[in-house]
Design a protein around this ligand. Structure first.
Ligand SMILES: NC(=O)c1ccc[n+]([C@@H]2O[C@H](COP(=O)([O-])OP(=O)(O)OC[C@H]3O[C@@H](n4cnc5c(N)ncnc54)[C@H](O)[C@@H]3O)[C@@H](O)[C@H]2O)c1
Length: 263
């Protein structure tokens, strides 16, 4: 998969979860990474790890900051060829306990942020009469969810809908839009999140892998990054409007493996 000569913006690219796997994969395929995040110093530290990468600060939920970031990128780097809408926040609360501000913030970042970044990107492409690629980071929660995740699940379902609709709106300009929906990612960050409800998070993750996936292996952020690169590359030139679940087959199981004794 070849991204040589391509400038790719990764929102929330300084994150040590999905952001790191996506940036590693883009760098490996020769793409130039434009790292966006909320904190410029952290984004710069991450950019220093990659060939020719540059960093920009912007809150993707703020329209002015997004516009200013695109103006700066255009002046410094030139035209972008791809955008990975990775920046996102979570919300793990029962629907009746969530506060209005938390729900607004979640939708502002996870849904409106994707729309605003995609909007500025597409305006730039149309002006330059150039094709381009958008990859949104969704989640398995757009397909099936669990306790305390109703609101996050609805935001990620909106990401899948946005992905389909943007693909339709921009297809005639040869601008593609797809999504990658990660399942349980094996990372230090996941261990720390899972430790909120499991006293042995590593055992919990191993049990998830054997009982709740088709594949008996862990999925990493880099696995998701590789699919992102595929969707950014010309190898996927006929794919648009799709969401690819990178989850070891978790969303494919009707019953868990233990229940059907098919481990
Ligand atoms: N890690 C997982 O297991 C997992 C699974 C499914 C989906 N996802 C999705 O992957 C994406 C990244 O999640 P992660 O787990 O790596 O999180 P993370 O917290 O490690 O990284 C997210 C990054 O986005 C940045 N960010 C947050 N709000 C922002 C804003 N308004 N503007 C710009 N940057 C902002 C953060 O500073 C952080 O660096 C999210 O969309 C998340 O929903 C993650």
């Amino acid at each position: 998969m070849d991204l040589q000569g391509k400038n790719i913006l990764v929102t929330g690219g300084a994150g040590d979860g999905m952001g790191s796997g996506i940036c590693e994969a883009i760098d490996h395929s020769g793409g130039r990474i434009i790292v966006n995040d909320l904190d410029l110093e952290i984004a710069r530290e991450v950019a220093e790890k990659y060939n020719n990468a540059v960093a920009y600060k912007a809150d993707i939920s703020n329209a002015d900051e997004v516009r200013q970031m695109f103006d700066k990128i255009n002046k410094d780097v030139g035209i972008l060829h791809g955008v990975v809408n990775n920046a996102g926040i979570g919300l793990a609360k029962y629907a009746h306990e969530a506060e209005e501000e938390e729900v607004n913030r979640l939708f502002d970042v996870d849904v409106k942020g994707i729309w605003m970044v995609s909007k500025e990107f597409v305006k730039q492409l149309l002006k330059a009469k150039q094709s381009g690629n958008i990859v949104n980071i969704s989640s398995v929660h757009a397909f099936a969810t669990m306790h305390r995740m109703a609101i996050y699940s609805s935001a990620k379902s909106a990401v899948n809908g946005l992905t389909r609709g943007l693909a339709i709106d921009f297809g005639k300009h040869n601008i593609r839009c797809n999504a990658v929906a990660p399942g349980m990612i094996y990372s230090e960050q996941s261990v720390s999140i899972i430790s909120r409800w499991a006293h042995d998070p590593i055992k919990w993750m191993k049990d998830h892998k054997t009982d709740h996936q088709c594949l008996n292996s862990f999925t990493t952020a880099r696995d998701c990054g590789n699919v992102v690169v595929f969707l950014l590359s010309d190898l996927s030139r006929s794919i648009t409007g799709q969401t690819i679940y990178v989850d070891g087959g978790a969303t494919n199981l009707l019953y868990n493996n233990e229940y059907t004794s098919q481990k």
